[in-house]
Design a protein around this ligand. Structure first.
Ligand SMILES: Nc1nc2c(ncn2[C@@H]2O[C@H](COP(=O)(O)OP(=O)(O)OP(=O)(O)O)[C@@H](O)[C@H]2O)c(=O)[nH]1
Ligand SMILES: [Mg+2]
Length: 259
């Protein structure tokens, strides 16, 4: 009897033969081959997402790190995870990280919202270096005045805006005006998963990242399980909480609830 791997291999060979036939026949060239390929991938290497959802600071990221036996995800007191992180399987010699950045438009909208929270209601020109320097200086002073970035809402907001502006300055050549740019480890000169994790963990980089994908060699992931780490459902940053709420409603995903 054939095992699942052999069946998958036969299915792949047969489908590829059919695709070749379709491509060689001019009258059939308009057929959507990409849809067939994507369905084939789903059948021969199915994945299943397991999302860790719950209150902020409940220990979700730390638990995933403990399960994998490595410090990939940022875990700290207070509101720690601000982006969606996916951890999927890779062969031992093919471990990698894929980083997706926010667009300039998303960063500017977020900055404008944070400025509004701080009482600045006029539209700001983020293309001016002078404006960015002024925002950074003002935020630094505000955080000092508030006695740190965790003592008051104003201090937290000023710190978040400072990190966002620093992240934008540091990664400006990588960020696209409207689309979400995606980079491999090699493109960012990162040598391994730990390097990737360290890059994403830096506050200013984390502020301008949208999504992280770790491809990691671990038995737990080998059957196609993808671990998903998300911000706390009650995260003090409302966009982060909204992201988790949104992802929690996705179908075909197991939710592990923490409180
Ligand atoms: N003693 C103890 N501390 C823990 C445990 N789990 C988490 N912590 C601590 O709790 C804090 C928060 O842990 P995280 O893993 O960042 O929590 P999280 O649920 O991912 O939080 P968010 O990313 O903000 O949603 C960290 O300082 C951890 O060291 C645990 O089982 N025991
Ligand atoms: Mg976390």
């Amino acid at each position: 009897m054939e095992n699942t791997t052999q069946l998958g291999e036969h299915l792949r060979e047969s489908t590829e033969a059919i695709i070749q036939l379709v491509e060689s026949e001019p009258t059939l060239r308009s057929q959507d081959i990409a849809a067939i390929e994507s369905s084939l991938k789903k059948v021969i290497s199915p994945t299943f997402e397991i999302a860790f959802v719950g209150a902020f600071s409940a220990g979700k990221s730390m638990l995933i790190n403990a399960l994998l036996g490595r410090e990939l995800l940022y875990s700290a007191e207070g509101h720690a995870t601000g982006i969606e992180c996916y951890i999927a399987y890779a062969e031992a010699d093919k471990e990698r990280v894929v980083l997706t950045f926010l667009s300039s438009r998303e960063i500017q909208d977020e900055a404008q919202y944070l400025l509004q929270q701080l009482g600045v209601t006029n539209q700001v020109d983020f293309s001016s270096d002078e404006t960015i320097s002024t925002i950074l200086e003002t935020c630094t002073k505000l955080v000092e005045k508030e006695g740190g970035d965790s003592k008051s809402e104003k201090g937290r907001t000023a710190k978040a805006l400072k990190l966002l502006m620093e992240g934008w300055e540091a990664n400006r050549d990588r960020i696209q005006p409207f689309g979400n740019a995606t980079y491999s480890m090699e493109q960012l000169d990162l040598k391994n998963l730990q390097d990737g994790a360290a890059y994403a963990r830096r506050g200013c980089n984390s502020a301008v990242l949208k999504r992280l994908e770790y491809y990691c060699h671990h038995d737990l992931l080998e059957d196609g399980n993808i671990l998903v780490d998300l911000p706390g459902i009650d995260a003090p940053v409302k966009e982060d909480a909204a992201l988790t709420y949104d992802k929690s409603n996705a179908r075909k995903r197991l939710l592990l609830w923490w409180s």
